[in-house]
Design a protein around this ligand. Structure first.
Ligand code: FPP
Ligand code: MG
Length: 343
C-alpha cells in the first residue's frame, strides 16, 4: 500500500483526528491487512482504489464518537475499516455512473482501466467489507450497515430517476443526498457511539450529527462542483451540470427567479451544460445569492447538530470524563470545517 493511503487528506483534517491518532493508525493497519492476501492482480487494483478515498472521514467519526461516548475497542476498528471500504467501493462505482476521469488528482478506476473492471473492483471492496462486519459478531451492527448500504443505493437511484428533472423540491434533494451520502456518515457516527456504550437517547444525538454533517458535506460538494477549482479539489468538476443533476443552488435559484430568468436557465440546463459553460452558470447562481443560500443551509444544519452535541459534552464534563472532552471538541470542529472546506 502506498504512503498516501495511510494519511488523511489535509492538515486541517489531521488536526481534528488528533484525539484518535493512534487508533486511526491501528484501524488503517487492519484495513491494509484485510485488503491483502488476494491474487496480486487484485491487490494492485484495491491499493490503487484506496488512493481515491483519502480523508478517512467515516472511520475517524466512528472512533471519535466511540471515544466521546466512553471507549474505543477492537470492534471499532472492524467497523471503521468496513465503512471505509464501502465508501471507497461506492466512489469507484460513482465515477462509472458519472463518467468521471479524475479524483484526488488521480485517474479514476474507470479511466485508468475500464468500467467493467471498476464495477467489479467496487463490488469486491463492498463485499469484502461485509467480512469485517461479521467479525463484530453483532447482528445489530450487521443490520445497521446493511440498511445503510440500501439507503445509499436508494439515494443514488432517486438521483438517477431525477436526471433531467429541474423541478425538484428541497425535500427531493434532501431525500437524494440523505441516502447517497448522509446514510453512511450517519452510520459511522451512530455505530461508533453504540460500540462506545452510548445510551439510546444519546445515540440519537450522534446519529443526527452524522446525518447533518453528511447532508452539509454533500451540499458543499455540490457547490464545489459549480464554483470549485479543479486543481484544488482534485477531481472532475461540473459533472452535475453536464449530467443534468439538479442540486441545491439551482433549486434555490429557480425558486426565487422571475418567469423569464427561469426560462433562460432551464433552456441552458436542459441542453446539458458543457465544461466551458460552467463558470458562466456558476456566476449567474452566485449573483442571485443561490450559492450563499446553499452554504447557509449547510451551516444551519451543522450548527443545530453541534448545539445538541454540546449538551452531551457538558454532561461528560460534569461526570469528570476528561478523556472524552477532546473527542467532543474534534467532532464539533470537524463538523464546522466541512462547511468551510474548499476541496
Ligand atoms: C458521490 O456523489 C457518490 C456517493 C456519495 C455515493 C455513491 C453510491 C453508489 C454508487 C452505490 C454504492 C453501493 C453500495 C452497496 C454502498 P457525487 O457524484 O455527487 O460526488 P463526487 O463529486 O465525489 O463524485
Ligand atoms: Mg460523482
Amino acid at each position: 500500500m502506498t504512503q498516501s493511503a495511510n494519511q488523511p487528506a489535509s492538515n486541517a483534517m489531521a488536526s481534528f483526528y488528533r484525539p484518535i491518532e493512534r487508533e486511526l493508525a491501528d484501524m488503517t493497519s487492519l484495513l491494509k491487512e484485510r485488503l491483502r492476501h488476494l491474487d496480486p492482480l487484485f491487490d494492485a487494483y484495491l491499493e490503487y482504489s484506496f488512493q481515491l478515498g483519502g480523508k478517512r472521514l467515516r472511520p475517524a467519526l466512528t472512533l471519535l464518537c466511540g471515544k466521546a461516548a466512553g471507549k474505543i475497542e477492537r470492534r471499532h476498528f472492524y467497523i471503521g475499516a468496513a465503512l471505509e471500504m464501502i465508501h471507497t467501493g461506492s466512489l469507484v462505482h460513482d465515477d462509472v455512473l458519472d463518467g468521471a476521469s479524475f479524483r484526488r488528482q488521480l485517474q479514476t478506476v474507470n479511466a485508468k482501466w475500464d468500467s467493467q473492471r471498476a464495477v467489479l473492483i467496487g463490488d469486491m471492496l463492498i463485499t469484502r467489507a461485509f467480512e469485517l462486519v461479521c467479525d463484530c459478531e453483532d447482528f445489530k451492527v450487521f443490520r445497521k450497515i446493511s440498511q445503510c448500504c440500501q439507503a445509499t443505493v436508494e439515494g443514488e437511484l432517486y438521483q438517477t430517476e431525477s436526471v433531467g428533472n429541474f423541478a425538484l423540491s428541497v425535500d427531493d434533494y434532501r431525500r437524494i443526498v440523505g441516502g447517497k451520502t448522509a446514510s453512511l456518515i450517519e452510520c459511522s457516527a451512530a455505530l461508533g457511539a453504540y460500540l462506545g456504550g452510548a445510551s439510546e437517547a444519546d445515540l440519537d444525538v450522534y446519529g443526527a450529527l452524522g446525518r447533518s454533517l453528511g447532508v452539509a458535506f454533500q451540499i458543499v460538494d455540490d457547490v464545489l462542483d459549480l464554483v470549485g477549482d479543479e486543481d484544488v479539489v482534485g477531481k472532475t468538476l461540473g459533472t452535475d451540470l453536464e449530467n443534468q443533476k439538479e442540486t441545491l443552488p439551482v433549486i434555490f435559484y429557480l425558486q426565487n427567479a422571475s418567469r423569464q430568468e427561469k426560462d433562460v436557465l432551464l433552456k441552458r440546463l436542459g441542453g446539458g451544460v458543457r465544461a466551458d459553460e460552467r463558470a458562466d452558470i456558476a456566476a449567474l447562481l452566485k449573483g442571485a445569492g443561490a450559492i450563499d443560500a446553499a452554504l447557509a443551509e449547510a451551516k444551519r444544519l451543522v450548527d443545530a447538530a453541534v448545539a445538541r452535541l454540546a449538551e452531551l459534552r457538558k454532561r461528560a464534563e460534569g461526570e469528570g470524563r476528561t478523556d472524552s472532552l477532546a473527542a467532543f471538541d474534534s467532532l464539533a470542529d470537524l463538523a464546522r470545517f466541512v462547511v468551510k472546506r474548499d476541496k
